[in-house]
Design a protein around this ligand. Structure first.
Ligand SMILES: [Zn+2]
Length: 67
């Protein structure tokens, strides 16, 4: 089971900290194989097996900020 906290492919998303548009979805839970590959390519970020109450939906690829 895996959970998408974020909505894939949102246009115009920007990092609130540095303004970068290189924003990745943060995914929780067990990653299926295809998503593991996306993670290795840096297209998505993995937030851990368990989704915290304050789970973040996005991660900035430049400064690492999550929100
Ligand atoms: Zn940033």
């Amino acid at each position: 089971m895996f959970i998408y906290a974020g909505k894939c492919g949102d246009a115009g998303l920007k990092c609130p900290k540095c303004g970068s548009e290189r924003v990745r979805d943060v995914i929780y839970g067990y990653l299926p194989f295809d998503l593991s590959r996306e993670k290795e390519k840096g297209n998505v970020a993995w937030g851990g097996l368990f989704m915290p109450d304050d789970a973040k939906s996005y991660e900035c690829a430049d400064c690492g900020e999550r929100w």
